[in-house]
Design a protein around this ligand. Structure first.
Ligand code: NAD
Length: 476
């Protein structure tokens, strides 16, 4: 038998793979290499992700960075193909934005965001480091299937974790294809497979099996009210990025043209699918008509009262059937503005980005997270009235709110009252995620459980290492 360097490397690798953390022999590899993260059974997916976690734990930070470089490169270079796949499968939103989301998610913060804290004093030095949890169970929405998965994967792997994803059934194929491409590239380069595992036939049962699996250390759930509620009831820690219904207030001091451009940009992006997107607008009486005119100047199309009356019952269902708030009709979610207009017998140019119109506060569009490009505008007596209606319409989700104003007092008043995770002043909602504003982005905004806009540090647990009376090199 010829012994060459490669053979020795392989043997060493196999022995290392079988060594558990305490030096005992772990079970022989269960043959998940080469699956590229594709699983139908939750037990197998978790076992493969656990195996991958053990391998990742033996890697350097430079290796982790290399893993992320593959995910980033594929996201950027293949954004047109993957974005198109996402559009064709989900049939909601806008193709140009599906592609843009897939390209820009590559910039999600990774290993560079990790840091340690140090306390140095008379009694020596204490270092707080951020360690991974292990295997994270992940739920992703249909509104951004592969972008959410990619964002979660970059942040979780940066922190040293691996993940098992139950995608929304409506976006499962693009999720599985992305996972296959990422894992294959990582495996070819670093010899580790299954850092990201995906359930290729996801269902409520598989989600539940992930929630309950003893080897899943943490849950990260991004979705609407139903799944958010279920996630909060689990026996293990869950980070919940739940629904939003972001209100906008426009007061009498606002730059109305700027406000109109910002509202259209945020609300029309991907046909209003973003959880942060503007969903209803409260304008003080004094500038209401001027604001409506500014919206038209900026390119939005105004519906008449009769058209809104026809659209509302078609597009929004009242609360009931277990839903606390009005719910959007699936036939209209993420559809183009021209298609919504057509439903009420109106023909508008195909490139129309947004429809809007005046409604009462009681109109169902105000309380619903419509996820379609029609925005209700409600008259307010004054800014206090506008803020109160905005507060009611947000349902205490603590997600996102926006104000257009030049009055710092009004901004402060609204910020305090809303108490949302994201509060944008004089910009589009997207500015709150770093698009046209400062700061970083994420596809999971954990408002309900308080972690906020997730980063790699969100997916870590603190470990403290204390050196007593030594290592501090400063004098007395
Ligand atoms: P959805 O709630 O229908 O589905 C989300 C995910 O949860 C899917 O994978 C789905 O299969 C799963 N799911 C649904 N009910 C479940 C249950 N009872 N048990 C286990 N799993 C369940 O939402 P969607 O239409 O896919 O996405 C849109 C929603 O997600 C909106 O409400 C939006 O605000 C929210 N969202 C929030 C954020 C955020 O960061 N906070 C980001 C994106 C989307």
């Amino acid at each position: 038998m010829q012994i060459d360097e490669q053979l020795v490397r392989n043997v060493v690798e196999q022995v290392l793979a079988r060594l558990g953390g305490n030096g005992t022999l772990a079970p022989v590899g269960r043959g998940y290499q080469g699956r590229f993260g594709q699983f139908t059974a939750v037990d197998e997916a978790v076992a493969a992700a656990q195996e991958a976690f053990e391998r990742l734990s033996r890697c350097t930070l430079a290796d982790r960075k290399r893993v992320l470089d593959h995910i980033r490169r594929i996201s950027r270079e293949q954004c047109v193909e993957l974005g198109t796949m996402e559009m064709e499968e989900t049939r909601i939103g806008r193709l140009e934005h599906k592609i843009e989301k897939q390209r820009t998610v590559a910039d999600t913060l990774g290993v560079e965001f990790l840091r340690s804290e140090v306390f140095s004093g008379d009694h020596g030095i204490t270092v707080i480091e951020h360690a991974p949890f292990g295997v994270i169970g992940v739920i992703t929405p249909v509104t951004h299937s592969l972008p959410t998965l990619t964002c979660n994967a970059i942040q979780m792997i940066a922190a040293g974790n691996t993940l098992v994803v139950n995608p929304h059934p409506g976006g499962r194929r693009v999720a599985a294809e992305g996972v296959r491409r990422y894992n294959e590239a990582i495996y070819r380069d670093l010899g580790i497979d299954n850092l990201i595992c995906v359930i290729t036939e996801p269902a409520l049962e598989t989600a539940n099996a992930i929630f309950k699996h003893p080897d899943v250390a943490l849950l990260s759930v991004t979705g609407g009210p139903g799944v958010a509620k279920v996630a909060m009831q689990q026996a293990k820690r869950a980070l919940v990025a739940g629904p939003g219904n972001p209100p906008v207030v426009v007061d009498q001091t606002a730059d109305l043209d700027r406000a109109a451009r910002s509202i259209i940009f945020g609300a029309a992006y991907d046909n209003n699918l973003l959880c942060i997107a503007e969903k209803q607008v409260f304008v003080v009486e004094q500038v209401f008509d001027a604001m409506m005119a500014a919206m038209e100047r900026a390119g939005a199309v105004r519906l008449t009262a009769a058209e809104i009356e026809r659209l509302t019952p078609l597009a929004i269902h009242p609360p009931g059937n277990g839903h606390e708030h009005p719910m959007a009709d699936k036939r209209f979610i993420g559809k183009d503005a021209a298609e919504l207009a057509r439903a009420v017998g109106r023909t508008v140019p195909a490139k129309t980005e947004l429809l809007f119109g005046e409604t009462e506060e009681a109109n169902l569009f105000v309380a619903a997270e419509q996820m379609m490009p029609f925005l209700p505008f409600v008259r307010a007596r004054d800014v206090d009235h506008a803020i109160e209606m905005a507060y009611r319409s947000e349902h205490g989700f603590r997600h996102t709110s926006i104000i257009h104003s030049r009055d710092v007092g009004n901004m402060t008043k609204m910020g305090k009252r809303m108490d949302t995770t994201i509060f944008v002043k004089n910009g589009s909602s997207l500015a709150g995620l770093g698009v046209g504003g400062e700061g970083y982005g994420s596809y999971s905004i954990a408002g309900l459980t308080g972690e906020g806009i997730t980063t790699p540090l969100t997916y870590t647990r603190e470990r403290r290492c204390t050196m007593v009376d030594n290592l501090r090199i400063l004098g007395k």
